[in-house]
Design a protein around this ligand. Structure first.
Ligand code: TYD
Length: 214
């Protein structure tokens, strides 16, 4: 197994229904024979995260916008402390289905919370360890809806807010445009094409980034 000094952190981002979960599995399959690799997700990768995920996605009690963000940030802090940072320190690859950018888009662009404040709290929760690579799966909101309907996936409390959903696509596009750690992928490609494309990108980025230990 190859280890990478300080590890390599990949976040998969995009609106719901873009195929992040399928891509996560395909990347894991491609790289786990060579590297120590874990796949994970936000929210809900830890015991605490599972409790928070239930509260966030079912909204059985009132949750105001700031509280919603802080619960995602709480999940993130625990996730980094317990799962992400230890694996990176051990020289592995971490692939997370969503991470900090989801908060900037859903709670920032979606709910109009101040982006700088969210960014500051995210950085604190993550100990300043940002992803080495963000793969942004770009898909128009209308297409994402069709996919979710076709798959008969019951929409969670966040997805049911249609007006919000449409603001998210614009939010992601605006957020990633100036960033150099983001690669945008067309999520309308077939899942095989998408995986092939993403595997090529990840291979190149690891090569460019990695200082291999023994
Ligand atoms: P999930 O079922 O994991 O969605 P998906 O499989 O489509 O990624 O639900 C996570 C939901 O939480 C999703 O609607 C996006 C939302 N979310 C936020 O609003 N803010 C965040 O910081 C994160 C991580 C997720």
């Amino acid at each position: 197994m190859k280890t990478i000094t300080n590890g390599f952190l990949i976040a998969l981002e995009g609106i719901d229904g873009t195929g992040k979960t399928t891509l996560c599995a395909a990347l894991a399959q491609a790289f786990s024979t060579t590297y120590k690799l874990i796949t994970t997700k936000e929210p809900g990768a830890t015991e605490l995260g599972k409790l928070l995920r239930h509260t966030l996605l079912h909204k059985e009690v009132p949750v105001c916008d700031k509280a919603e963000f802080l619960l995602f940030a709480t999940d993130r802090a625990q996730h980094f402390n317990q799962v992400v940072l230890p694996h990176l320190q051990a020289g592995g690859i971490v692939i997370s289905d969503r991470m900090a950018d989801s908060s900037l888009v859903y709670q920032g662009y979606g709910r109009s919370l101040d982006l700088n404040t969210l960014q500051m709290i995210n950085d604190w929760a993550m100990n300043g360890r940002n992803p080495d690579l963000v793969l942004y799966l770009q898909l128009p909101a209308a297409v994402a809806y069709q996919r979710m309907k076709a798959r008969n996936i019951p929409l969670n409390a966040i997805e049911q807010e249609t007006a919000l959903m449409h603001r998210l696509t614009e939010g992601f596009d605006a957020l990633v445009a100036p960033r150099d750690n983001v690669v945008t992928l067309d999520a309308q490609m077939s899942k095989e094409e998408l995986a092939e494309h993403a595997i090529t990108i990840v291979t190149e980025k690891i090569k460019a980034h990695a200082v291999y230990a023994q």
